[in-house]
Design a protein around this ligand. Sequence first.
Ligand code: SF4
Length: 614
Amino acid sequence: MLNIHDLRVELESESGLVRAIDGMRLSIERGETFALVGESGCGKSMTALALLRLLPENGYVAGGDIRIGAGRDEVDVLGLPEAQMRSVRGGRIGMIFQEPGTSLNPVMKVGAQIVEAIETHTALRGEAARAKAIEWLTRVGIPEPERRIDDYPFRMSGGQKQRVMIAVALAAEPDFLVADEPTTALDVTIQAQILDLLKDLQRERRMGLLLITHDLAVVSGMAHRVALMYAGQIIEVAPAAEFFAAPRHPYAAALLRALPGGDRRSAPLEAIAGTVPPLTLQFSGCRFAPRCERAMPHCAGTLPELAEVAPRHQVRCLLYTPGAVVVPAAPREAAAAAAPAQAKAGAGLLEVQDLRVRFPIRGGVLQRVKGHFDAVGGVSFKVGAGETLALVGESGCGKTTTGKAIVQLLRHVSVTEGRVLLEGRDLLAMQGDELHAARRQIQIIFQDPFASLNPRMRVFDILEEGLAALQPDLTAADRRARIEKLTDQVGLRHDALGRYPHEFSGGQRQRIAIARALAVQPRLIVCDEPTSALDVSVQAQILNLLRELQRELGVSYLFITHNIGVVEYIADRVAVMQAGRIVEQGPCAEVLERPAQDYTRTLLAAVPRLQTAA
Ligand code: SF4
């Protein structure tokens, strides 16, 4: 169905030539779901773009071959003139992108977009094409398709837009579908529906499906085979069950061990040291060697090839090269004993009572308030000293609004009622100096470490800003000493203080954001999805850091997340939110293992789970 042979893609950049894909070889069969996985920047999305000849302007195919179909139907994708390529794109190869909001045309009715795909790639025209479009909307589960066909995309929810996107892609009846992170922007319950739909349609039409994702749990439930990429190369290809049960490449094994989960609570996660090398380098040895715990002396100077280790299972590692003198893996240290339980939920630190947040809805020329939208409709919970409470729920359920209201970030934009008691004193009732002093006690870490740091300030100034505002009595020397200690605590080097945020990776930026939150010695930190923008190996480092800091400093966390593995690993208690209310709360193990509410059960059932033997 699809054969890629020795594909090389290069990008010209200011820092030099980037070898984004370096010698990729893979083939996908009819009816097969093949997953391409790896951390950001490893080359997986670039593979999809090369396949469709949609590379960015500074990119080009430097060599190799891509063929679709077999026999008389075979098409040489890279050799086609652009005019013919247009009918391959969409016609032979369908594509679903990550963000349904931006991939549909906002000024065209959804039906017209499906009809366009049908008329371009099939023989149907006019009413027949419209009838077919209604059929597709029905197939992808859009209710009342006869009416919704004339809606514009903005009238549809995120999940519905992704369904329409799937309908557009499949209406052209492609042989092969590329789905690039098709559910990353969606909630878990919608994700489960979309994945089931893709599975059904693929089985029914015997399409080849190339699924590109960073979510290993999604892959384990969907794929027949998996290819793991690292630094522009495939380093392991295997049947999915074999890959997850016994990964062979040291990076694959380390990646699976870095995933958080309830069974790993008793010890720090095994983070992978170091970072992915820049793809501007000319490699003369194994790309993973500087981070590999099984590296042998010759790994740094020998380029490993993909070698067959079992039927349909290939690995790019010198451990599997015939004749290699293999150093056995160092025995894994027994998991460190669990940290002594703290006096969790003992002394109450934060008590939220019947918190309600309403946002004004404005309209008209003068933007007068026309009504209110209830984002949080009366939530109550407690967070003890040194405790972590996880707040989980789907997007739009009010968890981030709750976090922001507690940190007093919504005072001027919303109507906030109820009580937010910090050691018995109500933050909502405070004003002026009293509020200023209390603010020091509660800090926040945001989801996106790229957007939350001022790009024009050096790291030292970012960390000093809060200190100077909230602890004006400190001298300049005290502030510098405090900031240097903080950089040690979050695992950054002192020379980082003189640099700007853009010089750091996502994980390092999140460390800076954590240092900024810790600078004023808060008692509670609201962590709003602090690891969801990070790769698995970096996520492990940040989760370890947060737990270590909690043990050292006794800080409490209100941890907002949708990742149940993270909740199981880090939280003592969990509160489940739905439509602005808490529907269930209790100790983590109890709520996750024996949920009492239907909504919690539905939410947990929709979460893809990965059982690994690693
Ligand atoms: Fe590790 Fe050597 Fe294998 Fe590379 S080739 S993954 S350094 S053992």
